[in-house]
Ligand binder design. Structure first.
Ligand code: BTN
Length: 248
C-alpha cells in the first residue's frame, strides 16, 4: 500500500515538534506497541500505522479484528496534559467523523457508526510520562466490508459510504484534524466539541439500555462528555467508560 507518510509528516510536524510517522506491515496492536515503547521510556509524538494487526484490542477487554487491507488501524502517541481527561474519546470521534464523511454518527462514548452499524472504534490508553502523561489514541476504521463473524449486526465499512476511499486516503484525511482536535482538547477540554458531538449523536432521543441495568432516553453529551440519560429517577449523567450502552 502507498501511504501518505510524508504529506502527513509535513502537515503535522509544525504542530508537534519531534513528530514521526511510521508504517509497519504487521504488529500485534498499534496501541500495545506504543504502550510498550512508553514503558521503555519512549515518549516522542508518533503516528504508528499497522497494515495488519494480529491482536487488535477494543474497549472493555474486547478484541478488534481486521485483516490486511480491510481496515485502517493506527495509533497517535503523544505527551498530553489536559486539566480534565473526560470527553477525550468523544473529541477524537468528532475529529475522525468530521474528517471522513458527513453521514458518520457517533455512538457514546467512542464508536463511529453508520446506519446503526459499527464503522470504527477508538481506544485511548495512557502511560506515565516525564512531565505529562503519554496518551495513546488508537483508531480502527473498517474500510472494506467483511463477514459478520457471528455478530448480530454486520459491521459497516467506509467503502459503503465513500467508495474509492482506501485506508491511506482515510488516514491522510484524519491525521491533521486529529492532532488539532487533541491539542484543542488539551487546552479547552471537551466544551468546544459538545455541540459537534451532539450534531452526530447516534443515540439522541432514543431509548437506551446501559450495561449496569439502567434504561431511559439518551439526550446527548454534557459539557464534560457524560452521556445524559433521562431515567425514571430523573436525569442521569453517565460518565463511567466501563458502562456500555445500546439502543433498547
Ligand atoms: C473499540 O471498538 O472498542 C475500540 C477499537 C479500537 C481499535 C484500534 S485499531 C488501532 C488501535 N490498536 C488497537 O489494538 N486498538 C486500536
Amino acid at each position: 500500500m502507498n501511504w501518505p507518510a510524508e504529506a502527513i509528516w509535513e502537515a503535522v510536524a509544525p504542530l508537534l515538534p519531534g513528530f514521526t510517522v511510521e508504517v509497519l506491515p504487521e504488529l500485534d496492536s498499534t496501541n500495545t506497541e506504543l504502550m510498550r515503547r512508553a514503558r521503555a521510556g519512549q515518549f516522542e509524538p508518533v503516528l504508528l500505522v499497522a497494515e495488519r494487526q494480529t491482536a487488535g484490542r477494543g474497549r472493555l477487554g474486547r478484541s478488534w479484528h481486521s485483516g490486511a487491507g480491510d481496515a485502517l488501524t493506527f495509533s497517535l502517541g503523544l505527551p498530553l496534559a489536559p486539566a480534565d481527561w473526560s470527553g477525550l474519546s468523544l473529541a477524537v470521534g468528532v475529529a475522525a467523523a468530521e474528517a471522513l464523511h458527513p453521514d458518520i454518527r457517533l455512538k457514546w462514548p467512542n464508536d463511529l457508526w453508520w446506519q446503526d452499524r459499527k464503522l470504527g472504534g477508538i481506544l485511548i490508553e495512557t502511560a506515565v510520562g516525564l512531565q505529562a502523561r503519554y496518551a495513546v489514541i488508537g483508531i480502527g476504521v473498517n474500510i472494506a466490508a467483511r463477514p459478520a463473524d457471528g455478530l448480530s449486526t454486520p459491521p459497516a465499512a467506509l467503502q459503503e459510504l465513500a467508495p474509492g476511499l482506501g485506508a491511506p486516503a482515510a488516514l491522510e484525511r484524519i491525521a491533521l484534524p486529529l492532532v488539532q482536535a487533541v491539542q484543542a482538547f488539551e487546552q479547552y477540554g471537551f466544551a468546544p466539541f459538545q455541540a459537534r458531538f451532539n450534531a452526530r449523536d447516534a443515540l439522541a432521543d432514543r431509548a437506551v439500555k446501559l450495561s449496569d441495568g439502567t434504561s431511559g432516553t439518551a439526550h446527548g453529551a454534557s459539557e464534560s462528555g457524560a452521556l445524559l440519560v433521562h431515567t425514571a429517577a430523573g436525569m442521569a449523567a453517565v460518565t463511567s467508560s466501563e458502562v456500555s450502552v445500546r439502543p433498547a
